[in-house]
Write a protein that binds this ligand. Structure first.
Ligand code: CP
Ligand code: NVA
Length: 303
């Protein structure tokens, strides 16, 4: 049997494959906008497992499959036997008999690993506590639509060194851009992922100073201070307050810098209205590109 094409994390694929996925995404976007989409996924079914809430991931995967002639089944932990203790391994074996691909959003990376181990169809990571690779594929696509190749550019992150930041680190290595992350000492990205990036020759800076991170940046990123599952909301708001992306901080980036946020945003916390709705912001293009980037991912996974 041919090796399954899982989309688990950006570091798990080589640069050429990632570029191939983005090229597919751009072609599928162009066809969709021209009203010339073909039923590429006719007869194909994607099962999506959600153990955490979602607006964009759920709707963009569903609409993307439907636009290309495919079907989607959405499962939640609570409404399936996953919530009653049926293992991911057994669930994976069963779903593989019905579906052509499985997407999962979960708190626990081990569940993604189990799906990979026991599914006989491609598995897609729709966010874990560790990473959010579909988001960053859409973000790279969005950056390149506005500013051309991301290779050699400077991307800044101000806030929590969280799952989305981790996928940015993976992307910096694979797509060849500089990444500068400003995080409080207690919320820096995982040391292991930084070691990996260094060992791969990545150009990554971690600082406590948001001004240093955005200096000379072509793109500034924010994300929520309190991710799904984080318990310590008050303490996070306290230590993350200096990392808010506001007009003053954006003024330290390049004059034509873009602003992105994976959404949902907490306006007035990690980002101000002026930045969200201001001239640097490409957040709605970014959200739209979840649809197109994931079509590229699905097309690659499904062959
Ligand atoms: N950005 C993102 O993944 O959004 P959802 O949580 O709404 O899916
Ligand atoms: N870091 C956020 C991303 C949401 C898409 C979270 O995990 O909640």
């Amino acid at each position: 049997m041919a090796e399954l094409k899982h989309f688990l994390d950006i570091d798990r694929l080589d640069s050429k494959t990632l570029r191939q996925i983005l090229d597919l995404a751009a072609r599928l976007k162009k066809a969709q906008l021209a009203g010339k989409s073909k039923p590429l996924f006719a007869g194909k079914t994607l099962v999506m497992i959600f153990e955490k809430p979602s607006t964009r991931t759920r709707v963009s995967f569903q609409v993307g499959m439907q636009q290309l002639g495919g079907q989607v089944v959405v499962m939640s932990e609570q409404e399936s036997h996953l919530g009653r203790g049926e293992t991911i391994a057994d669930t994976a074996r069963v779903l593989s008999r019905y579906a052509d691909a499985i997407m999962i959003r979960t708190d626990d990376t081990a569940k993604l690993d189990d799906l990979e181990a026991y599914a006989s169809v491609p598995v897609i990571n729709g966010l874990t506590d560790y990473s959010h690779p579909c988001q960053i594929m859409a973000d790279v696509m969005t950056f390149e639509e506005h500013r051309g190749p991301i290779e050699g550019k400077v991307v800044a992150w101000s806030g929590d060194g969280n799952n989305v930041a981790n996928s940015w680190i993976h992307a910096a290595v694979r797509f060849g851009f500089t990444l500068k992350l400003a995080c409080p000492d207690t919320l820096r990205p995982d040391a292991k992922i930084l070691q990996w990036a260094t060992s791969e020759g990545g150009d990554i800076l971690v600082t406590g100073d948001a001004g240093e991170a955005v200096d000379g940046a072509d793109l500034v990123n924010a994300d929520t201070w309190v991710s799904m599952g984080d318990a310590d909301a008050d303490e996070r708001r306290r230590v993350l307050a200096p990392y808010q992306v506001n007009q003053d901080l954006m003024a330290g980036a390049k004059p034509d810098a873009l602003f992105m946020h994976c959404l949902p945003a907490h306006r007035g916390d990690e980002v101000t209205d002026e930045v969200m709705d201001g001239p640097h912001s490409v957040i709605w293009d970014e959200a739209e590109n979840r649809l197109h980037a994931q079509k590229g991912i699905l097309a690659w996974c499904l062959g």
